[in-house]
Design a protein around this ligand. Structure first.
Ligand code: MLC
Ligand code: AMP
Length: 622
């Protein structure tokens, strides 16, 4: 099956600019750029939509900027570097094809990361980005479970990669140290060759209802559908300049903040790891009396914790930076500020609106398995407090009553007593993942058959209500207490067909075993598993403790083994370091004599957290 036109047709009206304008095969010579690496005279890439899009953008336009050093790279050099990296990858593999193989990589947030990701897609392999912040044990689990054939590393993470593969793996992948790229010297042409859909894509590991993370396979066509949906909805353009502060082993940092901007020809500026003062300086910079750059940030997409941190540190900035930063984040300059991956607290939303003179955060809802599913619209009248908006283009959504298991039809949002009906969000369409890697059971368990012959639905485990709200006026609000949406004189108050109709409001998750801390998903079962391996712990329950700054904190209720003396949260954190990623390690711990269980032996975690952590729900509120 040929990939290209079929996928495009879904979006042909709204995103027609994504199509290359002229030739069907891209052979235009590309202008030279400052560089050190000479590219091959003639190289090829498969005609995947992402490469067609990159090839169609202005070659001199910046694709990546390293914020700290100011180094910049163009779309022209990107295409050549990717083609070159693809050839080198195949040469390292020593095989004609690595289609469908998992190629893991440890590369810092940079131009090199973008080149590496795309070069893997260029071979029709499956790109598996890893986080260098993970301890070796977690990375080893991922490499084993995915059966990765290669582990690519940048110079910065060469040692870490070596340490990971040295021992403890069933079969070690081939370790390949990547050369630093400086932006290819563009000498010849890059030809896009017709191709079949292939077995390539991206795989991201996510924690969930099982005690070990699962590999979520996003085939190339799913990646295309997800990123095109976002380009249509949020109207990324070549004029957009995105400030990127998120990790790159998650859907938020990759799909929303790399692949979608690449499709549209936007600029991605990396400033990682997140540092609130540096981000404020960057927003402020173009508006200072002596600016370091004149390019203002137009697009920012982060988790609520990042907005909390920014708000908490604003008053520490010098007055001149404060004034300039406020201009930088005003609706006139920052076109779109998005919040997602966890619920946006009302005080955070309101404080940002006030500080930015009316830049209302756009909230959206997503998941590794599905990319983005729901989003408020560009029009400020559709950004309601507490709402995650409407189904994004090409996404089908239904709510299934959590009490009766009935589909909540449109117009049936209230029960007989007039109470709102909670429903599990179920999704289908071209943006949904294909499988949990080597885990048929989980894939099957998380889907439910449709009764219309149009395919199964993915059960997200998130619970929402749907409300019919009049968004036609700028004073719409979801509740009497919510701040009204102020419209701006920007080109934002525009009609978007997909952003109409009833709106969704997330209520929580079905499972108490999934915790969201600072936008990171944590499986309580996974943490319990590691804790029970410690010699001090007899029994434990890991729970979500409400937190203003983090959304939720990982909390542990612990029964110690007999004879264990004083054992504190610090001891626990120390013991788990090296076994679990830092954000999974409980931030708070309570030692108890007894953990109550019901007749079935189950712990009611929602109840337990209220009893045990009653005094922990405040104290770090934003
Ligand atoms: C870091 N730490 C955390 C944490 N992040 N603890 C709990 N929860 C978190 N999220 C711990 C570290 O282990 C470390 O502990 C200490 O805090 C400081 O670490 P840091 O690296 O300096 O972290 P910090 O800068 O504070 O990071 C906070 C953050 C980061 C909010 C910037 O967590 C982040 O980038 N979160 C976003 C994650 C994300 O992209 N999620 C999207 C998933 S996709 P110690 O003991 O070592 O000092 C998804 C779908 C969708 O959800 O809809 O988008
Ligand atoms: P992950 O598995 O890391 O991709 O996290 C996905 C989960 O994040 C979803 O299942 C939701 O529980 C949560 N999530 C994402 N966006 C939002 C949001 N805007 N509001 C509330 N929860 C969200």
């Amino acid at each position: 099956m040929f990939l290209s036109r079929k996928v495009y047709s879904l979006f042909s009206q709204k995103a027609s600019f994504l199509l290359p304008k002229s030739k069907s095969i891209y052979t235009r010579p590309i202008a030279s750029s400052l560089s050190h690496t000479a590219s091959r005279m003639h190289s090829t890439l498969p005609r995947l939509p992402v490469f067609e899009a990159i090839a169609s953008h202005d070659r001199s336009s910046p694709v990546v900027i390293h914020s700290q050093s100011g180094r910049r790279f163009t779309y022209g050099s990107l295409l050549h570097d990717v083609a070159d990296a693809k050839e080198k990858l195949l040469a390292e593999a020593g095989r004609n094809t690595i289609e469908g193989e998992r190629i893991a990589f440890l590369v810092e947030n940079s131009y090199d990361y973008v080149v590496t990701l795309l070069s893997i897609l260029g071979t029709h392999a499956i790109a598996l980005p890893l986080s260098a912040a993970f301890p070796a044990a977690e990375l080893q689990y991922i490499l084993d479970q995915s059966q990765a054939s290669m582990l690519l590393s940048s110079a910065k993470f060469g040692e870490k990669a070596q340490q990971v593969i040295e021992k403890g793996l069933a079969v070690a992948p081939k370790h390949v140290k990547l050369e630093k790229r400086f932006g290819a010297e563009v000498k010849g042409d890059v030809t896009l060759e017709e191709c079949e859909e292939g077995k390539g894509g991206m795989m991201l590991y996510t924690s969930g209802t099982t005690n070990r993370p699962k590999g979520v396979l996003l085939p190339q066509r799913v990646m295309t559908a997800q990123s095109q949906s976002l380009v249509t909805a949020w109207k990324y353009t070549p004029a957009d300049h995105l400030l990127h502060v998120l990790p790159l082993h998650h859907i938020h940092g990759t799909m929303n903040a790399i692949l979608a901007p690449l499709l549209a020809g936007s600029t991605i500026e990396f400033l990682f790891p997140f540092n609130a003062t540096q981000v404020w300086s960057r927003f402020a910079s173009p508006f200072l009396p002596s600016p370091k750059t004149t390019e203002n940030i137009t697009f920012f997409t982060v988790v609520p914790t990042v907005y909390n941190r920014l708000l908490a540190t604003f008053s520490d900035l010098p007055p001149e930076t404060q004034t300039a930063a406020k201009t930088g984040i005003s609706p006139e300059n920052l076109r779109l500020a998005i919040s997602g991956s966890a619920a946006l607290p009302t005080p955070t939303r309101k404080a940002w609106t006030d500080l930015s003179s009316g830049n209302v955060l756009l909230e959206r809802y997503g998941m590794t398995e599905v990319g983005m599913a729901l989003s408020c619209g560009l029009s400020h009248t559709t950004r309601l407090d507490g709402s995650v908006g409407f189904p994004l283009p090409s996404v089908q959504v239904r709510l299934v009553d959590t009490d009766t298991n009935e589909i909540i039809q449109l117009g049936e949002e209230l029960d007989a007593a007039g109470k709102e009906r909670d429903g599990e969000i179920q999704l289908r369409g071209p943006t949904i993942f294909s499988q949990y890697w080597r885990n048929e059971k989980a894939t099957k368990d998380e889907h439910v058959a449709g009764d219309d012959g149009l395919g199964p639905w993915f059960k997200t485990g998130d619970v929402a209500v749907r409300r019919i709200i009049d968004t036609s006026s700028s004073s719409s609000s979801s509740s009497p207490s919510s701040s009204s949406s102020s419209s701006t004189n920007q080109d934002q108050d525009q009609y978007q067909e997909w952003a109409q109709g009833p709106m969704y409001f997330i209520r929580g998750r079905k499972s108490a075993d999934i915790i969201k801390s600072g936008g990171e998903k944590v499986s309580a079962l996974e943490v319990e598993r590691e804790m029970l391996a410690l010699p001090q712990i007899a029994e434990t329950a890991v729970v979500a403790v409400p937190s203003g700054n983090w959304g939720q904190k990982v909390g542990a209720v612990v029964m110690l083994k007999e004879g264990v003396g004083r054992w504190t949260a610090l001891d626990l954190r120390r013991a788990l370091k090296g076994r679990l990623a830092g954000y999974k390690i409980p931030q708070v711990m309570k030692v108890v004599d007894h953990i109550p269980r019901n007749a079935m032996g189950k712990i009611n975690k929602k109840q337990l957290v209220k009893e045990v952590f009653a005094d922990q729900t405040s104290g770090d509120e934003a």
